[in-house]
Design a protein around this ligand. Structure first.
Ligand code: 13P
Length: 288
């Protein structure tokens, strides 16, 4: 029997591993991700930001993933990443998404609580199987190669006690926290605040699982440490974008190939290699 999105995270919690969220905006990228998830027998999350799903189309994303679910027998979570309004969340829900990340982190705290709770209740009205992620703290950067240092100020970090209050009052299934992570790959290696993660995990475990955004460019040893200390979902985008882009650029520069399935294949393979490494690192292989 296929596990529900909530059960998949409960299983990850019991097993002490993390499920990867891989962001995509094209059918080719989704195909590359699914090829590895299938080979490694791993649960997988496809993430689409507002921009990514506007490009792909929400209904197309749902139907594509339904086809992959049928073909592979894998449980697939389709997450509406960084959704900034209830209206946008509703569009994704109506299209058939089974996971919503409502990102109210730019709002004042009480407003974030209020809007996140509203989205949790809206999702529950759609189906009991839709899991919701909330976010607290300020996530700096953007999902690209950043040729300078990304400043992460002390006030950007998530306060563990506030995270507990947030989870209790909103009823979210997942909590995205800021512990020194940022979007994108910058010139400086991130340093995760594992003590803060541990504290947050001890406070909220059993109520919500913890999510690490900005998974690109974080050294493997820090990722392992984060999983040991409670991270159950890790989002990866920039490393996939860079692998796809760099390989495609090279192929197009070096040949006159005009057949899409020929010039796209190496870019998809390069992206698939990253997914392979991440799923292995996150420990979710053979968990379905
Ligand atoms: P990166 O682009 O740093 O991998 O972050 C992705 C992410 O957190 C998507 O929500």
């Amino acid at each position: 029997m296929t596990l529900s999105t909530k059960q998949l995270f409960q299983k990850a919690e019991q097993g002490g591993y993390a499920i990867g969220q891989f962001n995509a905006s094209t059918a080719d990228q989704i195909k590359a991700i699914m090829k590895i998830a299938r080979a490694l027998k791993s649960p997988v999350i496809i993430g689409t930001s507002e921009g990514e799903r506007d490009f792909l189309g929400v209904r197309v994303a749902v139907k594509l993933l339904e086809a992959y679910e049928e073909e592979t027998g894998l449980p697939i979570i389709l997450n509406a990443d960084h959704t900034k309004s209830a209206a946008k969340a509703e569009i994704a829900l109506k299209a058939g998404y089974n996971s919503i990340h409502f990102d109210g982190s730019e709002l004042a705290y009480e407003e974030n609580v209020k809007q996140t709770k509203y989205v949790v209740e809206m999702c529950a009205r759609f189906s009991a199987d839709i899991s919701v992620e909330g976010e607290l703290g300020f996530l700096a950067g953007a999902s690209k190669i950043i040729k300078e240092k990304v400043e992460i100020k002390p006030e950007y970090y998530t306060d563990p006690a506030q995270a507990l209050d947030f989870v209790t009052r909103t009823g979210v299934d997942r909590m995205a926290i800021i512990i020194g992570n940022s979007h994108g790959i910058s010139i400086e290696e991130p340093a995760l605040d594992i003590a803060r993660l541990k504290q947050t995990y001890n406070l909220i475990k059993g109520r919500a699982v913890i999510v690490l955004h900005g998974g690109s460019g974080i050294p493997d040893a820090q990722i392992k440490d984060a999983i040991v200390n409670g991270i159950r979902k890790i989002n990866v985008n920039t490393e996939l974008r860079a692998a796809f882009h760099d390989t495609l650029k090279k192929v197009l520069n070096e040949s006159d190939e005009t057949t899409p399935y020929k010039y796209l294949a190496p870019a998809m393979d390069a992206m698939a290699d990253i997914v392979d490494n991440k799923i292995t690192l996150f420990g979710s292989a053979n968990k379905v």
